[in-house]
Design a protein around this ligand. Structure first.
Ligand code: SF4
Length: 229
């Protein structure tokens, strides 16, 4: 279905045993990739709902143990999150920026600005050991819940919440959610790039400018290609 400004279609995906049917609406105009993030959020939400069906999820508001993990974010989502921070009221923006600066003061000297020579496992273990809370975490809850990154949506556990605070997360049982968020890293023309969410402001200072504009349906096709690949 299409009007002059947007197109709506029901996406039907089969990923392993999961079948997902979800309507998405995207702009018809040529836009930057960040403009289709809301559609991708809905798609990831639908995949998570299908994956968690019938399981006893332990995650609750007020438990933010997983928000001290390394959260990899793509350029596409990074640009949207920067816009989100810029749109905040001045005092709030200042506080969020202060938290990002504090996180950066720990993470950059620890090598997370470059992340070379380490496996993903080493990076995630080292990161968690530093105990850096996500700058968006408030009173152990996500302060940008509706806008949280795709990968945050995909992390749910059925094991006791206290296990998530362990240094190696031993005994933690994540729900087997298909990680379709990874396809967001392949939307842009450059190679599969990501950065830790807590370094959003650092990344923002040197991020690539410009970027390709595509119509919403073209971005969705590209995303689905990334999911399939
Ligand atoms: S964005 Fe929200 S859910 Fe994701 S790590 Fe930060 S506080 Fe947690």
């Amino acid at each position: 279905m299409a009007d002059s400004g947007s197109s709506t279609a029901t996406l039907r995906l089969t990923i392993g045993d999961l079948k997902i049917a979800h309507p998405i609406t995207v702009p018809n105009a040529a836009v930057p990739a960040r403009d289709i993030v809301p559609a991708l959020q809905g798609l990831v939400n639908a995949a998570v709902t299908a994956a968690e069906s019938g399981q006893a999820i332990s995650c609750r508001k007020g438990c933010g143990a997983c928000c001290r993990q390394l959260v990899p974010v793509s350029r596409t989502e990074g640009e949207r999150l920067l816009d989100l921070v810029e749109a905040m009221p001045k005092e709030r923006r200042r506080e969020i920026r202060r938290r990002f600066a504090a996180a950066e003061a720990v993470l950059a000297p620890a090598g997370f600005d470059k992340r070379t020579g380490k496996t993903d496992r080493e990076l995630s273990t080292t990161y968690f050991a530093l105990g850096v809370a996500c700058p968006f975490l408030e009173e152990e809850s996500c302060s940008i819940h509706e806008e949280r990154p795709l990968i945050c949506r995909e992390y749910l556990v059925t094991s006791p919440p206290e296990l998530c605070a362990g240094p190696l997360q031993e005994g933690v049982t994540p729900v087997a959610v298909p990680k379709i968020s990874l396809a967001a890293r392949k939307l842009q023309d450059e190679k599969d790039e990501w950065f830790p969410l807590a370094l959003l402001m650092m990344w923002g200072r040197s991020r690539p400018k410009g970027g390709t504009r595509r119509t919403g349906p073209e971005w969705v096709q590209r995303f689905l290609k990334g999911v399939a690949g």
